[in-house]
Design a protein around this ligand. Structure first.
Ligand code: 5AD
Ligand code: SF4
Length: 445
């Protein structure tokens, strides 16, 4: 054991599911080296922020948090502060003021190096590693499940992205696309089942372009899903995120034949206008997207479809915006994440296009997009009234100790009065009411 070994680490995570999964890898690397993970920031010797750069808003939140942490550090000067993840390489541009506060800066591919970086800090230096890797997938690292409910877990299956959507910083913060080998993913899934987990979410920036080799055998995402679905009939499988251009018929058919692969696809459309899609370098048209949706509905009846939408991208006209609204109404998304465009440094859009939609216009359009989605989500929930769903119980409802919460295959949260079944078990729940984000029901035989 080294001299730091009993130090307590507090990890705070910003951004996407992928980042939460990364924090679990960080926790694993550090606990292997004798560090302890604490959930109480007050008792921490080391605070690590795992950051996100996807939108300006995410970076602003981290900046604010660092100001609070500066106050902490005044009271406790021995505190070690580290900034991990997507903002690491951008630190010079965005965090000049806070820079001297940071003892450690580590990019998304540098987590194995954290023990060495912490040793450097111990000897009075700063620990910095923002190198991106062509190979790192952390395949052999068993994540420490942080904040886990013991029922559902994330499994990272690939890293990086090479789609180069013109607005997106991910190819620059997370580097080249690489897939983790299938055997290590299957082993991790089996171990999770053995520990009582009943749901895995396979994560990658674009899981549909997953590729690995087993000898001469090529494993694509459909085959990987098929393998995982064969592990145990009690294990549910989710995945995110899918790129519309890569969602193949083979994949849809694989989902269709396995009831344990959840009936919920997250298929970011970003815009309903072909002009905007082309400037975004999305590599599909509105018509192609609608064709995929139709095929999904035919091949996987009852499949929920959610999406991401960006309002106010460069040169977006009122007509483009109307096309987004009309596409939303046509697809009837069950759920959507909706954002104003924010220009990110280094991206093709920042280099070649003008962020020229005025802020008020962006905001008004986003409000319209959100307003429409609220109606669509309401309609989607209303259609569930009277239906019976299989629900995997995750734990107590946040609002009431007399109720459990779980999810149906479509990824909707379902709340119902407790029965003899418990977390990790499946129950049939009939829906009798709903709020904007939750279906309410009761168990039936
Ligand atoms: N501005 C606004 N939203 C963005 N996203 C990605 N980059 C940007 C940006 N520069 C959104 C996209 C993506 C989701 C993860 O974040 O909708 O699908
Ligand atoms: Fe944010 Fe993208 Fe990094 Fe995830 S990969 S943390 S969304 S910048």
């Amino acid at each position: 054991m080294d001299s730091l070994s009993s130090k307590k680490i507090y990890i705070e995570t910003y951004g996407c599911q992928m980042n939460f999964s990364d924090s679990e890898i960080v926790a694993s690397v550090l606990t292997e080296h004798g560090y302890l993970i604490t959930r109480a920031i007050q008792s921490a010797d080391i605070i690590l922020l795992n950051t996100c750069s996807i939108r300006d808003h995410a970076e602003q939140r981290v900046k604010k948090r660092l100001q609070q942490i500066r106050v902490f550090k005044k009271k406790k000067p021995d505190l070690t502060i580290g900034l991990l993840g997507c903002m690491a390489d951008r630190i010079k541009n965005v965090l000049l003021e806070e820079e001297h506060l940071l003892d450690i800066i580590a990019g998304p591919d540098a987590y194995r190096d954290l023990p060495r970086l912490l040793d450097q800090v111990e000897s009075g230096q700063r620990g910095v590693n923002t190198l991106l890797s062509l190979e790192e997938t952390y395949a052999d690292i068993t994540p420490v499940r942080l904040g886990s409910n013991g029922v559902s877990a994330y499994i990272s299956i690939m890293r990086g992205c090479e789609n180069y959507c013109s607005y997106c910083v991910v190819p620059f913060t997370r580097g080249r696309e690489r897939s983790r080998d299938a055997r290590s993913i299957i082993r991790e899934s089996q171990e999770l089942v053995g520990q009582g987990f009943r749901e895995v979410t396979l994560l990658g920036q674009n899981v549909n372009s997953y590729r690995s080799n087993e000898g001469n055998d090529k494993i694509n995402f459909a085959r990987l899903l098929d393998r995982i679905a064969s592990i145990n009939p009690l294990l549910r499988i989710r995945f995110a995120t899918s790129h519309p251009k890569d969602i193949s018929d083979e994949l849809l058919e694989t989902i269709a034949i396995h009831p344990t692969i959840c009936r919920a696809l997250h298929l970011p459309v970003q815009s309903g206008s072909n002009r905007v899609l082309s400037r975004m370098n999305r590599k599909y048209t509105r018509e192609e997207y609608l064709e995929r949706v139709e095929t999904i509905r035919n091949v996987i009846p009852g499949c929920a479809i959610s999406t991401d939408i960006i309002s106010g991208f460069c040169d977006e006209t009122e007509e483009d915006h109307q096309e987004t609204l009309s596409l939303m109404a046509q697809v009837k998304f069950d759920y959507a994440f909706m954002f104003n465009y924010s220009e990110r440094p280094m991206t093709p859009a920042a280099k070649t296009l003008k962020d020229n939609v005025p802020r008020e216009v962006k905001e008004r359009r986003l409000t319209e997009v959100i307003g429409l989605q609220q109606k669509l989500s309401f309609e989607s929930n209303k259609q569930d009234l009277g239906r019976v769903f299989e629900v995997l119980i995750e734990g107590n409802s946040k609002r009431s100790a007399d109720h459990f919460m779980g999810r149906n295959s479509q990824n909707k949260v379902v709340v119902f009065p407790k029965t003899t079944a418990g977390p990790g078990e499946y129950v049939q729940v009939k829906v009798f009411s709903f709020t904007s984000a939750t279906l309410l029901g009761e168990t039936v035989q």
